[in-house]
Design a protein around this ligand. Structure first.
Ligand SMILES: C[S@@+](CC[C@H](N)C(=O)[O-])C[C@H]1O[C@@H](n2cnc3c(N)ncnc32)[C@H](O)[C@@H]1O
Length: 277
C-alpha cells in the first residue's frame, strides 16, 4: 500500500476515523509501505501491513461459501487472470468480449480522469483497478483495490507493480468498507456481487461511500435465459453464487439507494452505471 491511501482509509469498525501509520514502517524503493502497522485512534485496534498489503481482517476471518473458499486459495489466485478472466466475458456474453472491449468500457464509464478516490471492490487480481489507474491520466487521487482473499491481493499487487501502477491493496469485506461516507469518486465492481455473500449489505456500503457526484460501475451476471444455462447456475448457486433476474437485481440496487443511470446486457453479463442520489 502507498502512503497516499492513508488520506482515505478508515477503521472498519469506525468508518469515519482515519487510520494512522505507526512509526517504524518499512518502505520499498518506490515509496510503498511494505511492513508496518496502522491504528484506529478510537478503538486503538492495530492492523498489520504485510508484503505491502493492509490486512483489516486477520486470521480468524473465514470464507462464507465454497466459492469464497476457492477464491481464498493460492492456486486460484495464481490462475484467475492467467487462465480464466480473459475468456470469461466472451463465454458468458455469447459474443466476443475481450479486455480490449471490456476495460475501455469500464474505465470510460467510471471516468477516473475526474480525479479523486477510485475503489475496485472485491478486486481479485486487480484487473479493473489497473484499468482505472491507467485511465486516470495523472489526475489527482488514488486507486485502492479491496478483497477479502489475501492470495488474490498478493497477485493483484504483483501485477500492478510489474506495470509500475501505484495502487494500494487492502484486505477487507465489501460489507464493511474501510472508507468514510461520501468520499469515493468512482467505484467499480467486476462480477463480484453474485458471490459476495450478503449482497444487500455490500450494496448499502457502496451507497454509503459513494460521493454525491460519484459513480459506481458494476458488471454483474444475471439469470440465464436458457434451460442449460439455468441448470449450470443452479449448480453454482449451491457453491454460493447467486444469479438474479434483472428486475430483482435492479430492485436490490434501488433498495440500497443506488440509482440506475444506464444499463446494458450482453448474454448474462450486465453492465450498470449507478449514482448515490
Ligand atoms: C468474480 S471475482 C472478481 C473479479 C474481479 N472484480 C475482476 O474483474 O477480475 C470475485 C472476488 O470477490 C471476492 N469476494 C467475494 N466476497 C467478498 C466479500 N464479501 N468481500 C470482499 N471480497 C469478496 C473474492 O475473493 C474474489 O476475489
Amino acid at each position: 500500500m502507498y502512503p497516499e491511501s492513508l488520506a482515505f482509509l478508515t477503521c472498519s469498525r469506525h468508518p469515519e476515523v482515519r487510520l494512522v501509520l505507526d512509526a517504524g514502517a518499512h518502505y520499498t524503493a518506490d515509496g510503498a509501505i511494505l511492513r508496518g502497522r496502522v491504528r484506529c485512534a478510537v478503538c486503538r485496534t492495530r492492523y498489520p501491513i504485510h508484503d505491502g498489503i493492509l490486512d483489516l481482517l486477520g486470521p480468524l476471518s473465514l470464507p462464507d461459501s465454497l466459492t469464497q473458499f476457492i477464491n481464498s486459495l493460492t492456486l486460484t489466485a495464481w490462475g484467475y487472470e492467467r487462465l480464466w478472466r480473459g475468456r470469461a466475458l466472451t463465454l458468458l456474453a455469447g459474443e466476443s468480449f475481450g479486455y480490449n472491449r471490456e476495460l475501455p468500457l469500464i474505465a470510460g464509464l467510471a471516468a477516473p480522469n475526474r480525479g479523486g478516490l477510485f475503489v475496485d471492490v472485491a478486486c481479485s487480481n486487480g484487473l479493473c483497478a489497473r484499468a482505472i489507474e491507467r485511465a486516470r491520466w495523472g489526475a489527482a487521487g488514488h486507486t485502492i483495490g479491496i478483497d477479502h482473499s489475501l492470495p488474490m491481493l498478493r497477485q493483484a499487487r504483483a501485477f500492478a507493480r510489474a506495470r509500475d501502477l501505484r495502487i494500494s491493496y487492502v484486505r477487507a469485506k465489501a460489507q464493511a468498507l474501510p472508507i468514510s461516507a461520501g468520499s469515493v469518486a468512482g467505484l467499480v465492481m467486476g462480477g463480484s456481487l453474485n458471490e459476495i455473500g450478503d449482497a444487500d449489505a455490500a450494496l448499502a456500503e457502496l451507497h454509503r461511500v459513494l460521493a454525491p457526484d460519484g459513480r459506481c460501475v458494476m458488471m454483474g451476471l444475471g439469470q440465464a435465459a436458457t434451460t442449460p444455462g439455468r441448470a449450470i447456475q443452479g449448480v453454482l448457486r449451491v457453491g454460493g453464487v447467486e444469479f438474479w433476474p434483472l428486475p430483482e437485481m435492479n430492485r436490490r440496487l434501488a433498495v440500497a439507494g443506488l440509482r440506475l443511470r444506464a444499463q446494458w446486457q450482453y448474454g448474462v453479463v450486465v453492465f450498470s452505471v449507478l449514482i448515490a442520489r
